[in-house]
Design a protein around this ligand. Sequence first.
Ligand code: GDP
Length: 359
Amino acid sequence: DDTENSFGTEESLKELAQLADTAGLMVVGSTYQKLATPNPRTYIGSGKVAEIKMAINALGAETVIFDDELSAGQLRNLEKAFGGDVRVCDRTALILDIFNQRAATHEASLQVALAQMEYQLPRLTKMWTHLERQAGGRVKGMGEKQIEVDKRILRTQIGDLKKELESVRKHRKQYRSRRVSVPVPVVSLVGYTNAGKSTLLNQLTGAKVLAEDRLFATLDPTTRRVQMKNGKEFLLTDTVGFIQKLPTTLVAAFRATLEEIAESSLLVHVVDISHPLAEQQIDAVDKVLAELDVSSIPKLTVWNKVDKASDPLKIKLEAQKREDTVCISALSGGGLDEFCNAVQEKLKHSMVWVEALIP
Ligand code: GDP
């Protein structure tokens, strides 16, 4: 039950669907239930469980994602109730999956691995109680002992990871060399999930991506090369998007995935200007950027989805009044020339700005 007006249940579910999309899943349906208190066994009520089970069968769904964190028992009971090979997970597990896919630096990978282990620790019971049941209770007690062993192993691994993270942080510079050898400016896209970052990335690069280009072979899949009309080029990289409802246990991992932007020559903050909460989202991103100690990196603000805004003309006039702000429609390609000019202008004084290496 989420009574906050600015970010209620439906907004939260919409964001969850976007996150599932980012993780590579196809969303086939969504539903919610208002309860005074969650059901301790299944989180939702038994009628709702039956309703979802029917929908799973009708839609051929393989995964059910809950927007709130589930306990080990709830996960187990729901998986049993839905039956078959249906996978049940919660928002936290989904976000951890995304972070895992997107962690681009050694430090970020460690931080995400740590968050994953800490998430698993209280949920370890699952596998062993399953085994116990399969054995018809004959091995009762064995499961419990095994859980203790597993927990101890996991705790040791968590301790080791924390030590490793500590040492990586001390020698951060060493690990920051990922792109330094590439004499091309790096432009990082930041902003909320669904702001249009990947649409912009794809629009700017299109079919020009050379997968076999050896110089850039080490780049992660979220980085593309953009060649501009004047022949100069830059690397454009997408970052993990901000989300409204970030579980507090994942804040450190989220920041770690963003730390790579410290290497950028330019930050491009993509905003969905048609979003009712656009202003709050801008503030939230700016706040995190300030904390990440990247204030010395030049920044360009991009108001995207102008086509979707209720008064596009007013938005455009407002952007003109502001410094370093351009309006685009990443989907239709509107304003991209202006965007490229602004990037070029911003990169003028960048040390690594060189002529294109490839004619
Ligand atoms: P990301 O999460 O920031 O990478 O956002 P995406 O690039 O995945 O875009 C999220 C959604 O917004 C997609 O459905 C896009 O088609 C849509 N979108 C992106 N740019 C625009 C735009 O300029 N106008 C409109 N109307 N939709 C857009």
